[in-house]
Design a protein around this ligand. Sequence first.
Ligand SMILES: [Fe+2]
Length: 339
Amino acid sequence: MIRLAIEEEEARQVKAFCRELADRYGSAENPEFLADAQLAAHELPRRLRRCLNDFRLNEPASAMCVISGLPLDDAAIGATPSHWKFQEMRRSVCAEEMGLVLLSSLLGECIGWATQQDGHIVHDILPIKGMEHEQLGSGSEELLWWHIEDAFHECRGDYLGLMCLRNPDQVPTTFISIAEIPLSPWVVEKLFEPHYTIRPDESHLKKNKPDPAQIVGDLETSYDRIEQMNTRPDKIPVLFGDPRAPYIRIDPYFMDTVDDPAAQEALSTLIRAVDERIRDVPMDAGEICFIDNFQGVHGRKPFKARYDGRDRWLKRVNIARDLRRSRALRETAVDPVIH
Ligand SMILES: [Fe+2]
């Protein structure tokens, strides 16, 4: 894993810059801020830019880059909200969200989904009462099965950015890179064939929209598209790219049994191998973790939520290297939300 510890002077610069941007734009969801983010990222300290540029360009097999040392004032960010829908809670973390978007912009463009967290670009990962047993970022008491983020979708992000605002119980994120999984040639060969289906994960389903009455017009079409992927998913390969250093697309919890017995055996072999080796990566407050979503799978261990304003709280962004890949599903060239 690549690790970069931000030095004091760099931290001071980043903090001052993000404060200035927060005053100027008001919200990380402001389209003007998002349109300016790549340009603004040029003003980040050179060592940070160098680190993420190398991560993007070299595609290291470790598939993870952790940046630590960002200043975070626990009292100033306020209590962990009880639901991501309470958007007024975001004001206290506006500068932090902007820092996450700026760093992410060094890897590509931040994208959102019309069908997930109301189309926001920066998501909240926090436990929600009543969702303890869901396969969601807002679940808690069940193991969140390891997966590629938005694996069901052709236009999924190339990277996933997670910023830890609070994690007092050291709830572990789980992670492993495909490069660490030994696979025999016949398994690789089978997994390169399009035998497999991945249905949308629950975060995109209608039932997880807080206000279903808001599903009208274009959004209705977006949900219809998700429904189609749920009932008639395309057959896809699990591995792709270079067979010597393959990319991976997998979400075992949302995959059905495969008709071809050898293809099913190859998938089961891969799942077992990941299960045996996947490891805990606990995140500390102030850390930002970028995961290469074409190489590394991630999940979360079960935990008991507190619901006292001190729960684990992460911010998440999805990052696309090539925004054009999703152009047909976005309103305009500059609109980052995939419908
Ligand atoms: Fe995830």
